[in-house]
Design a protein around this ligand. Sequence first.
Ligand SMILES: [Zn+2]
Length: 90
Amino acid sequence: MKIYKALDSASSNQASCLRVLLSKNESGQIIFCENCNVAELELGAISLRIDAGTLHALRGLLADAVTRLALYQQEKAIATQQSAFNCSVH
Ligand SMILES: [Zn+2]
């Protein structure tokens, strides 16, 4: 794959890197290097190297944000409906 070639040439000084594609979707991908114990989070042109432990914390961070965003949008939709109702009453 093209992406693996790019990564390998970018860190040719680390010949012992053993990269595994953990996850991939339309937002980006996460590759884990077993020897470095580092996960590489790639979002478009941005690449972040985070340790395996931080990956767990990051999952919690993202899950929490998704949950709170859904609640926020839900509350906002209800508030909008209520204000629309109030306007029609007055
Ligand atoms: Zn490595």
